[in-house]
Design a protein around this ligand. Sequence first.
Ligand code: ZN
Ligand code: ZN
Length: 238
Amino acid sequence: MSKEEIYTIPILDAFNTDCECPFCHLSDSLEKDTIDFVLGPSYMDVSIRQITNTTGFCPTHFAKLFNETNRLGMALILESHMKKVRQDLEDRMNSDKPKGFKMGKRTALDPVKDFTDTLVDHCYICDRIQDFLDRYMDTFFYLWKKDSSFRVLVTASKGFCIKHFGQLYGIGEHVLKDKDFQDFKTDLIAIQQTNFDRVIKDLEWFITKFDYRYENESWKQSKDAVSRSIQKLSGIKP
Ligand SMILES: [Zn+2]
Ligand SMILES: [Zn+2]
């Protein structure tokens, strides 16, 4: 079984799910699985602990982990992560200054600044989600190229959030041949605009419903129009 085939089922499931972006849907379940994994079977696993010690977590995921019930697991993860951060900082402070470092002028090569920047830029959960999403994107194009029924499924979907729309557009430009990319681009933009129109229409009706003349009318599909608009624009499900 090729690696694309392994990821085909989650991709098809996501495109068969009623949502504003199948990749956000995949990302949400990856996030949930990874949080359960971090505070479940993995936190006593030395190899995983070595990674979380180095990367730590972003503010969003620290908050989500804190809200879980395994406080002892969290304390153990934090204890070894904090000790590692303290040690790494000490090592960086004591390390030789790199070439290009000028006294009195801090540059990006400063080992301490490089250390803090790297720590801030990484999160075990975000990195794992992105790693899987990259494979799902590869699988998307594998299916797009070989399976016409998948194209039908994508065309019938509700489109994507702006971030994942942009990623599909960018990756498509690299992995598809010129002519195929032109066709893909046309289809992708049509799907996106049609579905932006759908959400805008729901939003308009939601606003109209606040006019007393329409208060007895049905909400139609508009009750969650504000939440779905934010999902379309940002990928975040409020
Ligand atoms: Zn998305
Ligand atoms: Zn994160």
